[in-house]
Design a protein around this ligand. Structure first.
Ligand code: PMP
Length: 283
C-alpha cells in the first residue's frame, strides 16, 4: 500500500507526520472520505465542496489547489489498485510549536490514503442493529474535524453490544446522528424523517443525494428531529454514509423496528441510490 504525504507517495507503513502536527495535538484538522465503486468516485464534487467549507470554518488554507487534489486522489487510488473501497484525505493546520492559538507561518499538511473494501451489493442483507448513546461530542460537529473521540466511544460501545452503529441522542431525547452516519426513519404515514442540517449534525453528502433520490421516487422527506421512542414506533429506520450507502436498521437498543427486517423504502432507496451513481447490478 502507498500513502500520499505532503507531495510524496510513500510506502503506507512509512507514512508519517511530525509529532508537533496540530492534527495530532489539537485535532486541528479536517478530513473527507469518498466512496469508490467500480472505479468511480461517488459525489466527488460535493465532498470537495464540504472540505472547502470545513477549511474555511477553521481558516485553514487549501494545501494544494482543488484540481491538484483531485489528481492526487486519483493517483492514490490507482497506486493502491482500489476499484471498490474508499479514499481518505486529511488536511491539518500544519506543524508548529505547541500553542493553542494559530501559528503565524504554517503550511497545512495533506495526507491521502486509499483502501479496498468488498464490492457493494444493491441487496442490503439482513440489516443492522444500533444502540443509542448520549451525544457527548462538541457543539460544531457540522465541521468535519478529526476530533472524533465522542463518536469513537459510541461506536466502541455499539461493537461491545454486538451492534453496528450508535445513534447519538441530544439532551432533549432527540436523535442527532450516528457516529459516522446520518439517521433516518420512515413513519407509519410513509414519511421519511431526518434531522435538519445545523451545528448538531454533519451535513452528510449521502444524506443529500438520498434526499434527491427520494424525491425522484416521489417519497415525502420531512426534515425535523425525531425521538428514540418515535424511531421505535416507526415502520423503518436506516442510516446513510459514503461507505454504507443506505443501510437498513432492524433493531434499536435490542428492540425490533417494524417487523425486524429491512423495509421496502430503505431497500428501494439503496438500489436507486446505487443506480443513480451507476453501480447497481442491472435489474
Ligand atoms: N455523520 C457523521 C458524524 C459522519 O462521520 C459521517 C461520515 N463521514 C456522516 C454523518 C455521513 O456523511 P457522508 O454521507 O458524507 O459520508
Amino acid at each position: 500500500r502507498v500513502a500520499y504525504v505532503n507531495g510524496r507517495y510513500v510506502p503506507h507503513r512509512e507514512a508519517r507526520v511530525h509529532v508537533e502536527d496540530r492534527g495530532y495535538q489539537f485535532a486541528d484538522a479536517v478530513y473527507e472520505v469518498i466512496g469508490v465503486v467500480n472505479g468511480r468516485f461517488l459525489d466527488e464534487e460535493p465532498h470537495l465542496d464540504r472540505l472547502d467549507r470545513s477549511l474555511k470554518e477553521l481558516r485553514i488554507a487549501w494545501p494544494i489547489a482543488r484540481g491538484a487534489l483531485k489528481l492526487v486522489l486519483r493517483e492514490t487510488v490507482r497506486r493502491n489498485r482500489v476499484r471498490n473501497g474508499l479514499v481518505y484525505f486529511q488536511v491539518s493546520r500544519g506543524v508548529a510549536r505547541r500553542d493553542f492559538g494559530f501559528p503565524k507561518r504554517v503550511r497545512p499538511s495533506l495526507v491521502v490514503t486509499a483502501r479496498a473494501t468488498p464490492p457493494v451489493s444493491a441487496d442490503p442483507g439482513p440489516g443492522v442493529a444500533v444502540i443509542t448513546v448520549p451525544d457527548i461530542r462538541w457543539k460544531r460537529v457540522d465541521i468535519k474535524t478529526t476530533g472524533l473521540l465522542g463518536g469513537a466511544l459510541g461506536k466502541q460501545k455499539a461493537r461491545e453490544q454486538g451492534a453496528y452503529e450508535a445513534w447519538q441522542v441530544d439532551n432533549d431525547g432527540l436523535v442527532t446522528e450516528g457516529t459516522s452516519s446520518n439517521a433516518w426513519i420512515v413513519t407509519s404515514a410513509g414519511e421519511l424523517v431526518t434531522r435538519p442540517i445545523g451545528h448538531e449534525i454533519l451535513a452528510g453528502i449521502t444524506r443529500q443525494t438520498v434526499k434527491k433520490v427520494a424525491a425522484d421516487l416521489q417519497l415525502a422527506v420531512v426534515e425535523r428531529p425525531f425521538s428514540v421512542a418515535e424511531a421505535l414506533a416507526a415502520r423503518e429506520a436506516f442510516m446513510t454514509s459514503a461507505t454504507s450507502f443506505v443501510t437498513p436498521i432492524v433493531r434499536i437498543d435490542g428492540k425490533p423496528v417494524g417487523d425486524g427486517r429491512p423495509g421496502d423504502v430503505a431497500r428501494r432507496l439503496r438500489a436507486e441510490y446505487l443506480r443513480a451513481v451507476s453501480v447497481a447490478e442491472p435489474f
